[in-house]
Design a protein around this ligand. Structure first.
Ligand SMILES: Cc1cc2nc3c(=O)[nH]c(=O)nc-3n(C[C@H](O)[C@H](O)[C@H](O)COP(=O)(O)OP(=O)(O)OC[C@H]3O[C@@H](n4cnc5c(N)ncnc54)[C@H](O)[C@@H]3O)c2cc1C
Length: 533
């Protein structure tokens, strides 16, 4: 096993290739800083591929008076939508209302309500929900997203799958985002702007010596270690943030991370319209039911204290049953375990603010700059997918006077790779792709534009016939696309391709996935041989 040292120090070294690490790396590289990022597994292999996948203000957080977070996230939705109209799109959320619905009694809003209106006994009046939605509509300056309206569920198609006792609903706007693709596109853009992105590379130690960090990492594929010097270090380790402070940087800290697991179930499609449901429970939680990957429904999430290792989150039978019961409380046809085709689970790395319950713990981010003399260390706690760009700006602002000539904020308004088309231009892009590559059917063309936007053409290249795309692995995944993902999107295994760069794992059997793995391993080995010759 050999050890290498990069002689020239970089300005910024980022530990962690989730959304926060990749967002910071992109922003910093675009400001002219030299940047290196190490991710111990695949990009977005932890929390950032296990979210509910919403760019949202977080209607629920209004109950907790988290106005700063909600406002920042609401404003951010449209900025992000404009920068990535391929992987993000507007969605309408239907919130069914029934006058007998009861709510958790410990939120600040519930306590205020029980003080001024004690006769409500845990019920929530319609005007209060309408008021919350009015704030939601107006806190964040909407231009693209339509406003809230009231629905008559007896007449509206959104009422058909719901139990007859629901006659009224509110409908409001938020956005969908392909979370894992968001991470990869940030990494790719960072690299295009000069950053060095290393996947399957674990940071094992980081030592401060004067004005530099010596960061030692192990490349998992070869077992080789390498040391890079950096003027500043960012710990964006997500659920591992505290472990990195204590065991990698070896510092004492009073700050802690609270690991809160959230699980989702994916079922066969449960309803035939394109709106989502926002279901409210008596335990103060809410659960979404969202149209997913055309033929499926995504239901989640839970909120449980996570006791195990950060990388070992799984949807437990109890969480599965909780989600099934929650949705069945609203839907006419009960949802059962037989409807489930896939589950996934992730761990929220929340800042430990001492809140009593997992549901009440703050979702806001905390950037903590280590005050020791010498090269700076910035630890990232919490945060939402929705606020990653603003978090990156704040991180660079915090590090600003400790780094050489940091440029100005620039990421608002600059598209991610493939996102350089108008927000309402998706259908035109699909039509253009299907016209110029006539062997693609509509569904296939849509999938490619959703994944790659304007880069779908580059991926297809000079193909004139299906055969030009090489081996077909099933579900419209071809050799050409897999090679593109290996060459431009850091994919190494079939799992990277079918569960993070895409969700084709929902449609491909184990034998097909094994064939993709074999193909990728052979190609990687061939590439290494070519390089050696
Ligand atoms: C169930 C659930 C639902 C959610 N839904 C939403 C939502 O709908 N909208 C929203 O805005 N937000 C949502 N969130 C929040 C959002 O997903 C997280 O805040 C965000 O993904 C955290 O990103 P991160 O980069 O901090 O962490 P991560 O994505 O976990 O990234 C940290 C990375 O660091 C790497 N790492 C750790 N140690 C090392 C080391 N020593 N060397 C190298 N690499 C290392 C890990 O492998 C990991 O990939 C949700 C979260 C959960 C759990």
């Amino acid at each position: 096993m050999s050890t290498g040292t990069q002689q020239q120090p970089v300005d910024l070294f980022v530990i962690g290739g989730g959304i926060n690490g990749c967002g910071i790396a992109r922003d910093a590289a675009g400001r002219g800083l030299s940047v290196a990022l190490a991710e111990m597994n695949d990009l977005a292999s932890a929390t950032s591929s296990a979210s509910t996948k919403l760019f949202h203000g977080g209607l629920r957080y209004l109950e907790y008076f988290e106005i700063r977070l909600v406002r920042e996230a609401l404003i951010e939705r449209e900025t992000l939508l404009r920068a990535m109209p391929h992987i993000s799109w507007p969605m309408r959320f239907v919130l069914p209302f029934h006058r007998d619905m009861r709510f958790e009694s410990t939120t600040p809003t519930s306590r205020l309500l029980s003080f001024v209106m004690p006769w409500m006994k845990g019920r929530r009046p319609a005007w209060l929900i309408r008021l919350g939605l009015f704030l939601y509509d107006h806190l964040g300056g909407r231009k693209i997203l339509p406003a809230t309206r009231t629905l008559d569920l007896r007449a509206d198609p959104a009422g058909a799958p719901l139990q007859d006792r629901f006659e009224k609903a509110f409908e409001y706007s938020d956005c969908w985002v392909e979370d894992a693709r968001l991470v990869v596109l940030n990494a790719r853009d960072a690299e295009d702007r000069g950053a060095r992105i290393m996947t399957r590379t674990r940071v094992v130690t980081a030592e401060r010596s004067g004005d530099l960090w010596a960061v030692t990492m192990r490349h998992e594929a070869t077992g080789e270690t390498e040391t890079v010097h950096a003027r500043a270090l960012v710990n964006a380790g997500g659920p591992w943030v505290e472990d990195i402070i204590r065991n990698t940087v070896r510092q004492n800290t009073t700050e802690g991370v609270r690991l809160v697991r959230g699980s989702h179930i994916v079922t066969r499609r449960l309803f035939n319209h394109d709106k989502c449901y926002f279901f409210q429970g008596e335990d103060g939680r809410i659960v979404f039911a969202i149209p997913y990957e055309t033929d499926f429904t995504l239901i989640g999430t839970t909120d449980r204290e996570h006791e195990g290792a950060p990388g070992e989150a799984e949807c437990t039978p109890a969480e599965r049953d909780y989600l099934l019961a929650f949705a069945s409380h609203y839907l006419k046809r009960p949802v059962t375990a037989d409807d489930i085709v896939w589950t996934y689970s992730g761990v929220r790395p929340l800042y430990d603010d001492g809140a009593s319950s997992a549901t009440a713990a703050t979702r806001d981010y905390v950037l903590s700059l280590d005050s020791a003399p010498g090269a700076p260390l910035l630890n990232v706690f919490g945060g939402k997918i929705t606020t990653y760009r603003r978090l990156a700006e704040s991180a660079l602002e915090k590090l600003g006077d400790r780094l050489p000539a940091v440029g100005r904020p620039w990421t608002a308004g600059v598209p991610l790779p493939g996102g350089d088309f108008p927000v309402d231009g998706f259908d035109d892009l699909v039509a253009g792709l299907a016209r110029d590559f006539p062997f693609l059917d509509h569904r296939w063309a849509r999938r490619l534009v959703r994944a790659y936007g304007t880069c779908a053409r580059t991926m297809l290249g000079d193909a004139r016939r299906i055969d030009d795309l090489g081996e077909a692995f099933g579900a419209t995944l071809t050799e050409r696309e897999v090679c593109w993902l290996m060459d431009t999107e850091y994919a190494v295994t079939a799992e990277d391709v079918v569960w993070r760069r895409s969700k084709l794992g929902l449609r491909l059997g184990a034998d097909r996935i094994a064939a993709i793995d074999a193909f990728m391993a052979a190609r990687a080995a061939g590439g290494k041989r070519d390089a050696a010759e």
